[in-house]
Ligand binder design. Structure first.
Ligand code: AMP
Length: 492
């Protein structure tokens, strides 16, 4: 549709040398021809963000096989393990990552080599996937377990786009800076939604705060999407200075919970930019709730505590997605109840490769996020149900304790987990990174939390670290923290 509508408009890259929509379509048809003649059942992509990603995404779709973007930072062993779960994968890898696949039996080609070959390949015609075919397989980040392949079918992605994006709605000079990696559902979502909206895509291959700000200025970027750890690094880099990026009209964040202190600092640094919080899961084809710029503005100026609180909300459900809050046993809670979020709609997949559908008989999917809605339908995400700490019979959300710690001027990052305890069942351990040059001891921070929250929510131990373990998409690796805490105890 995009190519037919305006073939010469630049789809990806710089205005003067980027790839037009027509070129994107032709390149994808060439890729489809190569995939088909190789007899591949999946097209695997191990590469950085860049124009190759949209070409491969549409090339795979035209060939009727799923694209499987993988995390190129994984070990050779882990990547070979992932390939072992596929039928007949053809691997396209950036030159830096080709060696990692040396031990696998799959056919491996380099990204530039494959794109060059596609230019002269016999284009595939008439192979297109049906709406029920898998479009993308995404290995979930596996913060609590081994990675599993989430299956997103064409109908899930198409419904997501049709419900949330207006075709051609972008202004002619709109350009989006994509900095989330291709193996995250937000990377897939950004290709589809920006091409459909008609927004030129500019890719930042590897994120640095300075590189991100410079590219926004150079390319007159009007919108961008970041995960919370990226925004935290930008804010820290600015160190209280304004960002000075007049072209940036909108900044979307999501993929993990945004610490309130980072959001507040970002709102000060980007006073003329409209902020959007996008909440979603891989299994729901990305965004299912949105808090838009108007909501952010209203919350900032309101005297009403309920409206002010919405600054930290995930917003309202997008069209086509229904939500329920349920008790742990699956009973639906009355309005205002706190419990687990269940969702239903045509973009919700929930399916993992090789497993039965986890949807219940009526099509509802359990997100495992703890949440509640306010009176006007604003969704608040409280954290993963699995991360809840149960101390002396009381349920404690790590996020609440983390947010209290982050309000202390010395604290840069905080992560809170439960550790086994004979007396209390679990005790609260906080891992803290302090700002450069800042000084804080454990007792001071414990007293600080105690003065803000109940005594029972005060961390029992505070461990100081130089850094905390995150996935590249900004998710805290709590499993890794538990392991670190156990190692520390053994050393003591
Ligand atoms: P993934 O499927 O790896 O992208 O992880 C999805 C999970 O990330 C959700 O279940 C939430 O726990 C968390 N998440 C994603 N976006 C947001 C957001 N905007 N606010 C809070 N948590 C989020």
């Amino acid at each position: 549709m995009a190519a037919a509508d305006d073939p010469d408009r630049v789809a990806t890259g710089p205005l003067d040398s980027g790839m037009t929509r027509a070129e994107l379509g032709e390149a994808a048809a060439g890729i489809a021809g190569l995939v088909h003649s190789a007899g591949a059942e999946e097209l695997v992509f191990a590469g950085l963000n860049g124009p190759a990603f949209p070409v491969l995404l549409f090339g795979a779709a035209l060939a009727g096989v799923p694209l499987v973007p993988v995390n190129y930072r994984l070990s050779a062993e882990a990547l070979t393990g992932l390939l072992g779960r596929l039928g007949k994968p053809l691997v396209v890898a950036d030159e830096d990552f080709v060696d990692v696949f040396a031990g696998s039996r799959a056919e491996v080609v380099t990204t530039p080599g494959f794109l060059a070959k596609a230019r002269t390949a016999e284009p595939a015609v008439g192979l297109e996937a049906s709406e029920d075919d898998p479009a993308v397989l995404l290995f979930t980040s596996g913060t609590t377990a081994e990675p599993k392949a989430a299956v997103l079918r064409h109908r899930h992605l198409v419904n997501y786009i049709l419900q949330t994006v207006e075709f051609g709605a972008a202004a002619p000079d709109d350009a989006v800076l994509v900095s989330v990696p291709p193996y995250h559902v937000a990377g897939v979502g950004s290709v589809l939604s920006n091409l459909y909206a008609g927004r030129r895509m500019v890719h930042l291959r590897a994120f640095t705060p300075d590189g991100w700000l410079s590219l926004i200025r150079e390319e007159h970027i009007s919108s961008a999407m970041v995960v919370p750890t990226m925004l935290a690094r930008v804010v820290e880099h600015l160190d209280g200075r304004p960002a000075e990026v007049p072209s940036l009209r909108s900044l979307a964040y999501g993929g993990a919970r945004m610490p309130p202190t980072v959001l507040e600092a970002a709102l000060r640094a980007f006073p003329d930019t409209g902020f959007t919080n996008a909440y979603g899961l891989t299994e729901t084809s990305s965004t299912i709730a949105l808090l838009g710029p108007e909501d952010h503005r209203a919350a900032l100026v309101s005297e009403d505590p309920a409206v002010r609180a919405r600054l930290y909300a995930a917003g309202r459900m997008v069209p086509g997605v229904e939500a329920q809050i349920r008790f742990f046993d699956g009973t639906v809670l009355p309005p205002g109840g706190h419990g687990e979020l269940w969702v239903r709609g045509p973009q919700v997949s929930g399916e993992y490769q090789g497993s039965e559908s986890p949807l219940d008989a009526d099509g509802w999917f359990r997100t495992r996020d703890l949440a509640h809605f306010d009176d006007e339908g604003y969704l608040f995400i409280e954290g993963r149900a699995d991360d809840t700490i149960i101390r002396g019979g009381e349920n404690i959300a790590p996020a609440e304790v983390e947010d209290a710690l982050l309000r202390h001027s010395a604290v840069r990052e905080a992560a809170v987990i439960g550790l086994p305890d004979e007396e209390w069942g679990e005790r609260i351990a906080a891992f803290v990174v302090v700002h450069q040059g800042a000084d804080a001891d454990g007792e001071t921070l414990r007293a600080w939390v105690r003065s803000r929250l109940r005594g029972s929510k005060t961390p029992d131990v505070i461990v100081f670290r130089d850094e905390l373990p995150y996935t590249p998409t900004g998710k805290l690796l709590r499993r890794e923290l538990v392991r670190m805490a156990a190692a520390e105890r053994n050393e003591a």
